[in-house]
Design a protein around this ligand. Sequence first.
Ligand code: BGC
Length: 879
Amino acid sequence: MQVISVRFEHHDEPLGIGEPSPRLSWRVAADEPGWLQTAYEVRGLDDAGAVAWTSGRVDGDESHLVPWPGPPLRSRRRQTVQVRAWGGAAEPTPWSGPHTVEAGLLAPGDWSAELVTPGVDEQPEGPVPAFRREFQIERPVRRARLYATAHGAYELWLNGARVGDHVLAPGWTSYHHRLRYQTYDVTAALRVGGNALGALVAEGWYRGRLGFDGGRRDIWGDRTGLLLQLEVEYEDGATEVVGTDGSWRCAPSATTSASIYDGETHDARRAPGGWAEPGFDDTTWAAVLPQPLDRTRLVAPDGPPVRRTDLVQPVAILTSPSGKTIVDFGQNLVGRLRIRPRGSAGTEVVLRHAEVLEDGELGIRPLRQAKAEDRYILRGTGEVEEWEPSFTFHGFRYAEVSGWPGQLRPEDLTAVVCHSDMRRTGWFSCSEPLLERLHDNVIWAMRGNFLDVPTDCPQRDERLGWTGDLQVFAPTASFLYDCAGVLTSWLRDVRAEHLASPTRTPPLVVPDVLGWEMPTAAWADVVTVAPWVLYERYGDLELLRRQYDSMVAWVDRVAEMAGPGLLWDRHFQLGDWLDPTAPPEAAADTRTDGALVATAYFARSARIVSTVAGLLGDQEAAKRYGGLADEVRAAFAREYVTPSGRVASDSQTGYALALRFDLLPDPEQRRRAGDRLTELVHARGYHIGTGFVGTPLIADALVEAGETQVAYRLLLERTCPSFLYPVTMGATTVWERWDSMLPDGRINPGEMTSFNHYALGAIADWLHRTVAGLAPDAPGYRRMTVRPLPGGGLTHARAVHETPYGTAAAGWSIMDGELIVSVTVPPNTTAMVELPDGSAPAEVRSGDHEFRIAYHPDRYPPARPPHTAWPGTADEPAP
Ligand code: BGC
């Protein structure tokens, strides 16, 4: 028995955190089956390794997000802790290894540096300014930290070497409310004598153009700015601070333009050698201008930074019908190209990006007004020059390369995948390769769209934190990756923007670049649903506490809009956005009435608020919102449901909502609604009929109606529109609409034709919970339900999830007339196993378990022949 992987809040890298009393989580590696914790002890060590404090033995079974037992951390302070735990035996585990946390700058007054802006005119999308300053280090250094942020996106150098490996730092937050800073350990980069700090600051999200239809620039400010504070502690204990101030110098860099949507241009001939090293002559550089900055907005990160997480090599170099050179990476991905040309000075290499080809040429129409074009102008040293843009990213599988000096070879370029550097936590496998590829596509869609904020798409002139998209995808996201940190951060902004809205309307996108004040169901409901999903998956009650006022404010606002009739039917709604009947030019014109969707979500959000109020100890509010939810449900039933169970939008989504949001008061109505849903699915020939709202619900609704095999038929249908149709068309990510590419290979003529949108990938949650059978039952998977429902001719399926308590797995296979279900339960948790034969559920504790029952496939549709012809890369194997 051993306590392992002690974590602080949701941080994987606890350097420069913002919580003075970080909650602790640990796991126990147990060789003893059925292990449950009964008590724990946490102790803090001082710098010399001696015990400074201890919690003493604390009786308690919780090992996840346990309150910090030591004195609160002060700014810059490090604290090492060890944990041990007791199970049933009298002896505890040995002490865990030491785990160290370090606080960042916790108070606005900790900042002495000033925000500096370039002392020269800044052209929109013009040259990226470089900042520099030299300083002396007198004596040997014990430790040094660099605290950094920017108005814009920064890259840093110390003595010529890059500081950190972050991409597009400080990331994207609602800058009026919160501006993140990062903390870097730069001890090893300093030297006694002359030192130099250098920084590039591009417009990034802060000033750059954002939004469709031309978008807007300068949303948060019209000057780029840099804030750096280097804190040095000498070996003799003395300290020194070098911060940005009026003594810094500034000049245009060799990056002559940089835009998130349009791309980057770098003229290597202009790069001043050694500018970030000591001894560089910066007399021709301009002075900087210090600017006031509200330091109360400075916050430490809640989650991981964006990083380069993968490298992908070309699979083919093609010549298009018009004679263009097009590189195929075999995978639609998000990031940028790293190129290695060799040629004469002034040669210009142009890189254009697209997700698909149309008629053998780059399909750039879906990018709308995003140019997605990078340019590199060679220095011409005679050597190979390596370049990768710094302040942009693209969504692409194909790149058109022009101006390349000589013959382009596959080894001359690499696609660099960039996204929030989250820990992978979820895997799925099964006997149907097309389904596995669909799951891989969901993974890639998530990777492409968790680039600091959860976005709709990564390629066109949007890439925005669309609330509805995340609302429907949150259950899937939280299974596949540990996104607790990323979403904790984003939800702080959701709340801040929501509560600052004059009409108390959550924005459609966060950070809000639209400013629309447009109350929209399913999108705005992110304020209630996403915190609830995160609670269910990560067990973080504090997150609910923090978001609670926003949850309540939203439900109150809907109640006000709905009035005494409790039907919210007075606003434009996005409805079941992009169901397959929505015409190319009208994504909201769907089969399901937007007002019905709105009132259904009103009931759901009121119910969530009621439950959360109860958890937070406000019984009066729990009762009030519970009562409201009941009344809205009754109003929904009066308005939209016939006494015998027909729903007024006679659509797959209409029934899925009514069933899954528990809006049908009478069991007979529920039975009829389930039957009607099944009829509709049959009648459409097992083609999907749902959009963003119905897609996460329909398979569960069919199971609820007792029609698991119909759910499988729907899941396994291959002709358009269906979950597998894009896979048969060679998709390597999830598409925005069911037919982003039409069966004849042409791109859908609509405006909404991204090939990398995670929303419709929300079905993956059903693969995990129902096909494989691994579902959370108590917050954070403290208790799981394992209820696999085999079908669809599959012969095996398995899901693996790194829960907060350890690795959980559920899977099954069919062999020789037997169904073999295998279950892995992490230490300190339990699972309820329910087998499809209807036998009594069995509770099991930690360890590996196997169950065997006779398998009766009578009601199961025949297996389809496996489909093998699809391109793309395989997913990484589960641990
Ligand atoms: C986005 C969607 C979003 C929708 C809502 C689109 O442009 O890409 O994913 O939810 O707008 O209007």
